[in-house]
Design a protein around this ligand. Sequence first.
Ligand code: ADP
Ligand code: UDP
Length: 299
Amino acid sequence: MTVIDSIKAAFGSSSTTDSTSTSTATPTPHPEGHAPAHPTHKDANAVPETPVLPDQPVFDPKKVKVIFVLGGPGAGKGTQCERLVADYGFKHLSAGDLLREERNRPGSTYGELITEYIKEGKIVPQEVTIKLLENAMSSTLASPPSNEVWSNGQGRFLIDGFPRKMDQAFKFDASVVKSSFVLFFATTEAILLERLLERGKTSGRDDDNKESIVKRFRTFEETSMPVVDYYRKSGKVVEIDSSPAIDVVYEKVKVEMDQRLGSTTTFTSTDVNATSDVGSNAQPAAQANQGAYTLAPAV
Ligand SMILES: Nc1ncnc2c1ncn2[C@@H]1O[C@H](COP(=O)(O)OP(=O)(O)O)[C@@H](O)[C@H]1O
Ligand SMILES: O=c1ccn([C@@H]2O[C@H](COP(=O)(O)OP(=O)(O)O)[C@@H](O)[C@H]2O)c(=O)[nH]1
């Protein structure tokens, strides 16, 4: 059994194909006696400990607002989030950025697993992603941005590119906090492809190439669209056509946001920086927060 197989077994995901299923089953518990409490880099063959998610929501939904930002790869989620941070004081958490940051962290137990899943356009086992999000949220609330929407333990998060699978949606609601609504950016596959190939020229991302893009499209259609449809049935989806130019899309986004949050508040540039450090490809800020948003064992 390879290290990757061991990790998949620990997450109840023994083949690469089952990560696209919409199963809501609880992951297989970690095999007794196989995992050191905090496996180190040296434990090349160790089966890592599965992150444990709480049974009850960690955050109070009256204080902590979460808006999920969904859409196909390249739909413009990160681009629009960046603007919303500046105008509404959100903290932007990109699930993909958090995974890439964890993958790049020296000694991460999950580096190899994350690399393989991202290259194949598959969904990383939910425990890893949800734990990263929960850690990032706790850390933000512990040192909140200095603007009024973060006073008295309150906060608002844009969670970008998550949930991409039904089990993630259910588990996040149950163990982190129930989301307020979903901002869904819709456009055609042809536009997505064009944008991703263009982004690939400078992004340095190993999944912004034709082969991975096609796989990501299939995962989006088969696994992530059912999540959008699920939220749509409960009236929680705000759908925006993201085909037009960035400014045109953002004008529509603002109208929808103002209806739900009250009109735009303008924040100082200091505040903008404080809330945008986990934006797309935000490497320097991610380094400044090293350890804060990772799965590194607590010391
Ligand atoms: N409305 C738009 N029109 C043209 N290009 C866009 C638009 N929105 C985003 N882009 C560009 O498309 C690429 C993908 O956008 P991004 O925000 O990274 O997407 P996502 O986060 O959904 O993967 C980026 O290079 C971005 O600059
Ligand atoms: O909840 C998530 C979010 C992202 N990913 C992985 O990260 C990749 C990149 O996601 P990101 O949101 O950064 O990029 P996008 O595909 O939207 O451009 C995806 O294809 C998945 O492999 C994942 O496994 N779970």
